[in-house]
Design a protein around this ligand. Sequence first.
Ligand code: NAD
Length: 502
Amino acid sequence: MEFLKTLGIEGINPGTSTGRKHMESKETISSYTPTDGERIATVGVTSREQYDHVVEEAHKAFEVWKNMPAPQRGEIVRQIGQKLREYKEPLGKLVTYEMGKIYQEGLGEVQEMIDICDFAVGQSRMLYGKTMHSERPEHRMYEQWHPLGIVGIISAFNFPVAVWSWNAMIAAVCGNVMIWKGSEKTPLCAVAIQKIVAKVLKENDLPEGIFNLVTGDRQVGEWMTEDERIPLISATGSIRMGKEVGKTVASRLGKTILELGGNNAIIISENADLEMAIRATVFGAVGTCGQRCTSTRRLIIHESVYDQVKERLMSIYKNITIGDPLDENTLVGPMIDQDAIDLMQKALKEIEREGGKVIYGGEPLDEDGFYVRPALAEVQNHYNIVQEETFAPILYLMKYKTTEEAIEMHNGVKQGLSSAMFTLNMREAERFLSVGGSDCGIANINIGTSGAEIGGAFGGEKETGGGRESGSDSWKAYMRRQTNTMNWGDSLPLAQGIDFDV
Ligand code: NAD
């Protein structure tokens, strides 16, 4: 595989790195490709001793990095963006090969990293604080934002590189140093990115420890969440993981950004442009083989167009090309591993047990690799299985009569990430976006649930965790706010009119 050579990640790779220095480990984990189940390479697992060394180096680097002017930090991020542009194709292929999403999506994920670099460069000149009018004469009051220190980033397998960049690039221009633990299912992607970043650090003669990598399973993640030296943990993954991480970090009064599972729905109204709605639904439900946090899982369809939508979906699903994600004709690649297939099969049985009906697909394909046929099922919203996020390409079809009922079904789950309504009726659309409408962090009209632009704040409500990353003013989560008051007069008036003689 030429792209592995280009990225310098063939064979055995260091899974621990303090910026420019890569460290060898005794223990290793293997990286497999879901395309045929073959082992790609092995990656070192971070030992406790190495972990502590990484934290120390990060701490030292923070002393230098925090004192560099923010626009100069932005310049380093600009250079990282340039390097990612150079390596876009091999990186896109690696994401596809190790994670299983199709090549266009692999490239898209790398493009998202490039875009967030550009965004962060601009942000580095816009870490604005407000100026307030003091109630006291000859006083000036304002606020400023300072970096937090070490930001711990724990990421999931399905976005093996982009999620790191949403956090790391913004946190870096804010003046923080990063320790990243990627998913144990996609360790090579993390090593490849770290090597690219290391080149930029070296070219700029920057200290060790600005961007660090640790590798391993939840054990290494737990060292991070328990560690008082890490003031902020940004964790992306399942709700189970988020509840554990949230509790551990809260017990030491640390900060978290939690980006957890979704159970995203599209409402297709009787006033929808059905062609648009169906296109968005198919992409949202089968893209990345149903393994996006924003994947469309529930389709809430007005009864007057239900049969039409169902038939159209059935005929499209029959023609979906499933196979090697590196082949440009493929629309759906493999699932990540056998466990993911087993969970999908269990969910399909559960649907039938609760009274639902699988009306198309769902079966694993008789091939090497972890391929399945995306499934369609008719269900009721209250089924336990529908209430959960099954990280697989299963689309639930449900009927509604009134907009009120549709919104109630839509919001009637514990998760709150992404949501959409397809309608050309302005009243209905505005209602969906109003306070009485969608309860999710992302709500769209005539756009599906899947994917999001980096310019907006990304994240969700309820059990999705409440965190926000990427655009808008998400940068504030990576900084501490300081309120400053300057007295430039020669008296000492107290606030609240208090008179105090000494
Ligand atoms: P996962 O929860 O199994 O693992 C995610 C990461 O957390 C891994 O790096 C893992 O090692 C680590 N981890 C697990 N338990 C931990 C613990 N107790 N302490 C510290 N670290 C721990 O998730 P996954 O299977 O890799 O990813 C799929 C899930 O991620 C889905 O639920 C999906 O919706 C969610 N996700 C959410 C977003 C979002 O932005 N909201 C984005 C991508 C994925």
